[in-house]
Design a binder for this molecule. Structure first.
Ligand code: MF3
Ligand code: CO
Length: 251
């Protein structure tokens, strides 16, 4: 399928969907206290999506069994919620998508569970968010997809961290995964041309290890090969005439 440009109506709905998603992700981040299981977080996510008049989009996607992805410490993404109890100091990524009036938005955030101090994890989160904002700033009409990845990679390198290159972002909106794919690496100046009306999930994943990954036998959970910590930060972004607009913000 070619890259879709969204209509004004579709963008308005994605913006509404994005506000709902952002507030649910913020509530989940607050709810993630030590002692809680990741399955309990998933149940909250499913319930809050339904209460907002939206639908989960991960549930059933290629057989994925939950509304939410919960990836802890060395887990990079697609962690399946279960009986694991969160502990203070855990590095927890929450990745959530929803469909609202037919339009899909996708976002993720990484938090440290509890009130414990974990300087390395905090620095990794800062780097990942900064990498996102650098990638987002490159999401301008006339730029290319590779400019986003190059900007992300540049920030990660500056912090001395590795980008997880095996996974990346994607077009989103009419479905969860649309063209183009949005790698978290360069080179700049390559890949599809960005045009106003494109909606992209930009989602850097960083690690303090080598960046190599393996998939657990559950077929979903992606973990770092060397046990390094991993973080994930994602928003759905509109490429507009006036520059990038983040659709998945609470406001
Ligand atoms: N944000 C993730 C992605 O774009 C979440 C997908 S989870 C899945 O890959 F279960 F839906 F695959
Ligand atoms: Co995504």
């Amino acid at each position: 399928m070619a890259i879709t440009l969204k209509s004004h109506r579709e963008i308005t709905l994605m913006h509404q969907a994005g506000r709902i998603l952002a507030s649910i992700l913020a509530e989940l981040s607050t709810a993630a206290r030590p002692g809680m299981t990741t399955r309990e977080l998933d149940h909250l996510a499913c319930r809050w999506i339904q209460e907002a008049g939206a639908e989960p989009v991960f549930l059933g996607y290629r057989g994925y069994p939950a509304c939410l992805c919960t990836s802890v410490n060395d887990e990079v993404l697609h962690g399946i919620p279960g009986s694991r109890r969160l502990q203070a100091g855990d590095l927890l990524s929450l990745d959530l998508g929803l469909r609202f009036h037919g339009l899909v938005v996708d976002a993720a955030v990484t938090v440290i569970v509890g009130d414990s101090v974990h300087p390395e994890a905090a620095r990794l989160i800062t780097a990942t968010e900064e990498a996102f904002w650098a990638g987002c700033a490159a999401a301008q009409p006339g730029n290319r997809v590779g400019d986003i990845g190059a900007a992300i990679e540049h920030v990660a390198r500056r912090y001395g961290y590795a980008v997880i290159a095996d996974y990346g972002g994607h077009g989103v909106g009419l479905g969860l995964h649309e063209e183009p794919s949005v790698p978290n690496t360069g080179p700049a100046g390559r890949g599809p041309l960005l045009r106003a009306g494109m909606t992209l999930a930009i989602e850097p994943m960083l690690t303090n290890g080598s960046g190599e990954t393996v998939v657990r036998p559950d077929g979903w959970t992606v973990v770092t090969k060397d046990g390094g910590l991993a973080t994930h930060y994602e928003h759905t972004v509109l490429v507009s005439e006036t520059g990038p607009i983040v659709l998945t913000m609470a406001e």
